[in-house]
Design a protein. Sequence first.
Length: 748
Amino acid sequence: MTMKKMLLAFVLLIGTRVSGQSPATYVNPFIGTANKGNTHPGAVLPWGMVSVSPHSTAQFKGAAYYEAGQPFIYGFGHVQLSGVGCNDAGNIVLMPVASGLPFLAAEDRKSAYRNEVARAGYYSCYLEKPAVHTEATATQRTGRSRFFFDGPTGGVVLDLAQNKSSVRGGYIRKLGDTEIEGYQWSGRFCDMPLTRRVYFVLRAKTTGGRIRLFNNGRLVAEDSVAGAGAGMILEGSAPDRLEMEISVGVSFVSTENARMNLITEQGRHSFDALRQAAFRSWDAALSRIALEGGTTDDKTKFYTAYYHTLLSPVIVNDVNGEYLSMQTDSAQSRRPQKSRGAHFSVFSLWDTYRTVHPFLTLMHPQQQEAILHSMLRMYREGGWLPKWELYGQESWVMVGDPAPIVIADSYIKGLKNIDVPLAWEAMRKGSLQTRPQNMLRPGNKDYWQLGYVPIDRRGGSDSTLFTWTNGYVWGPVSTSLEYHLADFSVGTFAQAIGKKKESRRWLEQSNRFRSLFHPVSKMFRPRRADGSWLTPFDSKNREYDIRWKGSGGHGYVEGDAWIYRFFASHNMPGVIRLYGGAKAFTDSLRQLFEGGHFDMTNEPDISYPYLFNYVKGEEWRTQKTVSECVAKYFSNAPGGIPGNDDAGTLSAWLLFAMIGIYPDCPGKVAYQINTPAFDKITLTLTSRYHAGKQFVIEKKGTGSTIKRMHLNGTLLTRYTLDHHEITNGGKLTIEMGPDEEAAAAPAR
């Protein structure tokens, strides 16, 4: 197909889909590529292992592969992480070049670019140097790229010194004029001493094709090359304009599996067929929620947030079922039971337990169930539930013990097809672990004895250089509160499986958050082992608790005392009592928002807009605050996510906010109700897991205040929904009324 015909076909295809208003047409992958959202605009499938994306940032500059507005593209990588805070991956980077010898470094190959297009499952742009139109699409485990050169000659470089990791190099073996296989090293996520191999097979279709290998910029005559500077250049020639089409299969297990992935998923399909299949995959996934009303921008924000929420975790098993076993050499693998479905990886759990996994539990229970099986396999293979797992390796990054929260939340909401004895064993073992240098729960011995981790026994002096492996407790206040929430989930799970005595133990421990509540300042504050409060105390300080600016105030993780002021979502009535009653609690919550202390860019306080629902007569403030947050922090623009998306966590927050229900405490079945962003929202339920077929939320009337609500025709006098009230199917009708505060509460 000529370039002109290809572009015409694409325009007609997209035009047809837009006219039909299918959900995937609203996806704008550029949202989150600025303002440190750290997303990327590349071609990828739901939960895809491979994502073919441009890199517009230098190799070691930040965690983002792509930042909107940067002047150059350095290449097109095949393995990316979406919305994370540390460098890693960005592997197998292809970059078109003029024919001839490869340049010595990625900096010399960079190119200005224009005419970018990014849609669900597709990316394209025009590179000024060497004057070539590029486009990419993907399958679950493979990528396909096309390069249309303006001239008769050109080439594509794969340089194994180029990725977003601090580990470089690898191995390439030439198999013919247009095929290679090998692996690239990756690792050092958040400076952890972890490395892995990303295996690949690359096949090209071009005229006059010739592959040449190089090492550190110099051509080599051998058929294989290894080392930090290993690479290859594929050159081609044509009578008029050169076209190259490159297919890449990826595996974390072996080159044999990478080839199998490539053959199985791409077969003889054309680029356009793969692109259309990618679009259909996204359309099928996003069509589980139908919207009526709202603006085009609203729908774009919503469906793009939905898109971002389905990027992590990722499916990492190969087409034959093999995957990289937890904490093993990269050559080892396991074959999961077919009945257990896909094996998932990339668990940024400190973030995603709050919104992503509750959303998957509700809207994609089959995938969430497979995620639970994956987490339990990791325990069986590595001895611990994941904390921040990445491609079969535990990084121990962040704090708390989030895996039990995910498991308990999913289980009590109906995902019970798991190995219950194994899950209980894993949760119990992690919660009680008190060994020295404990990286899952540092400070856990003191936490169980005192009810909190004391600031003076955090594992070193405050000037100690923090590393993830030395047992040092980052933010003892925040860490303790996270442990309390985790232990609430352990207790809830124990209760659900009939272990009443064990349940009481963990539920009692979860309520020891009170030991950190300072009765005068009304804040959770650092305490010493002798029970005395740390002084001096600055509630607004959020700098240098560990090694970097913004890492948290003294005793806190990525926040200050305000950010953690209400962090006990498992017992909000108990928190209200600590404040001395509903009015004092409401006044303090108002002070947080009105005084500019709320931080939408990070996770610990993102449930706070919903806490007004706990005070009768103040629920209108939740409606007002959530609506203001949606309008203020999210937009249809590259900077449209307020900060690091954290593997979809902020995007999933937006989904719940715009739907009008929010799980403010994972581990409980309640959703807090707020004003939906659309006139009608239809959630398609899953028959294998849910009793109902659909749950509809319909908004009627004008104004921004909920006047009354009816659930299946019956007046609803509370601002919560039970998970099973949703999954049983039915309809929530919300009648909006005047915007005056006095009209805020529904009739009772």
